[in-house]
Structures are given as C-alpha cells and as structure tokens.
Design a protein around this ligand. Sequence first.
Ligand SMILES: [Zn+2]
Length: 337
Amino acid sequence: MKPLDIPVPEHGTLTQLADDLYWARFALPFRLNHINLYVLDTPDGWCLIDTGVNDKVTADHWQALLSGPLAHQPVSSILVTHHHVDHIGYAGALSAITGAPVFASDEEAKHGHWLYNLAPEAFGAIMARTYQRYDLPPETVQRVAANGSRFRANASPIPNCLEIKAGDRIKTRAGVWQARIDKGHSDAQISLMDAERNLFLSVDFLLPRISPNISADIRNPDLDLLSYYFTYLEEMTALPADMSIFPGHDWPFCEGGKRAAALIDHHHMRLNQLEEAAKTQPLTVTSAMDVLFGRSFGDHELYFASGESRAHLTHLVTTNRLTVTQTDTGVDLYEAV
Ligand SMILES: [Zn+2]
C-alpha cells in the first residue's frame, strides 16, 4: 500500500483528483476525526458522494463549498454510499438545501431509515440486550440503555432514497463510473470504479491505514459479515497495483491488492488468536475483546470493538471452529470444538 502524493484539502476547499473527481475532508466529532467526501462533475451538475454527520461543523463546511468552489453549477444528485452516520447523517439536510435527490442502495437506505425511526428507548433496549449477551458489566448495559440512539444524535431525518443497483453507471464529463455493491463493513455499500482510467472510489471497504470495522449487526448479530468481507477482499487482491484508490478515511493510495491481502491476513490472525484463547477457557464477547485489544474503551469505541469481536466469534462458529451456547443469564458463551 502506497499513499499517493496528494495534498489533503483544507476546510472549504476541494482537491482535484481527476478530470471529473474532487476530494473534500470534513471534520468528525469522533476518535476517527475526519471523513473524505467526493464530488463528481457530471453533465447535469455535481454528484455529491457522502455527506458527513448532522452538526454545525458539517453544515458550515457544506455552506463554504456550495457558495465557493461548487457555486458555478447545480448539485444534481447526492449519493450515499452506506448508512453509517458519518456518511448518511447530513443527507436529509443537504438534500433540503440543494433540492437534489438522494441515491443509495436499497439495503443501506432501509437500514438508515430503521435506525433513524427507532425510538431512543427502543434503540437503548436493543443495545442493552446486545451488551448483556456480550457479558459487558451491568453498569455499561444500564448506561447504553439510558443513552438512547447514538445514530439519531448525529443524523438529520433520512430522506426517501432512489435506488442504485450493482452495475449502474454514472456518466461524468470525463468518464463512466460503475457501481458495485458489497457486504462486510456494512450491508450493501456502493463503491464506484472507472476501470478504464484506473480509478476506484472504495469508500470504507478498503482503507489504507485502519482495518475497516466489521461489526455484528445489532438487528441480526448472528449474521456472518466477516465471510462476506473475505469474499470482497479476495476479489480486491487482483486490483491493478497502479489503480488510484480513494477511501472514506485517511488518504488516496495505490497497491490496493497488497492492502486487501494484508487485511485478509489481519482478520485470519485475529480469528486464530480467538480460537487459541478459547482452548484455555470459554470466551464471551467481552473476554474476546480483551484477547484482541487488551485495553478498555469509551462508549463510542466500545460499540465498534465489541461488535468487531462478536463478528469474529460468529465467523469462528459458522466455520465450525467454535460452538456457541447461551448461559442461564443470557450471555453468549463460545467454546473450542
Ligand atoms: Zn462506514
């Protein structure tokens, strides 16, 4: 994996990446403190790709772009790549400001609507039950129940979305971007590739520095998302080394095939660590988190760390390397085969 030597765009500015592609960097109020957003120049106007969270920093940043470098033509569409709040959070507000329709894959739009429409108490109850199954301490379970919806806190109302399907094409002033849909880091993320020009908007599925979070889905924690992600990564190992890759976080890079191979190794290493640890004593999600990370987390990171641990345990169960049972107190217990 090699970073491309491209300057990070400053607040209110865009960095041009190709004849039809621009990059903006927005601040996020999380430990992962920024997101990369992209803009395509199409014959109908700008196609904005992802939106940031619903807060004042994001609103000010969009205002600066819309009245600055984007001012000379209309916004014709907004494409939300997946339902994570840093990508979809400002979509409703941005659509209201620009009048542009929002596009998403069907599954991601449904997930976004489900999360937004869930009452805070209902969200808290689902999280509390999830954390109880994970064997997190009672005070953490109670806190998460009382905290309500971490999604709603960062999102404007999710708009009705027009559907994008795998294989759909976006024609720009300089090329044609083809949509693909993948499952792993989320349900059905849209990424865009212009194979002819060797350009790939990978968004959150292929990142240059951090391993994309593979988290158990709180709607269906037994779904083996890691299996889907392995399928994606295997395919990505064949990316041309000189293809420019534009991710949702950090910086543009090339040698994406090497990066995909490294991520495959990373997940296998974690799976092996957990399988070994389970031979000594049965694991819960909480003890698996200790094995993998060996440190404690604040509430925001705990969601990702526990979900990541659960996703790896689930994969070990579906590949018959561990078994899972529930204790009398409703905790999931993973044992060596
Ligand atoms: Zn994401």
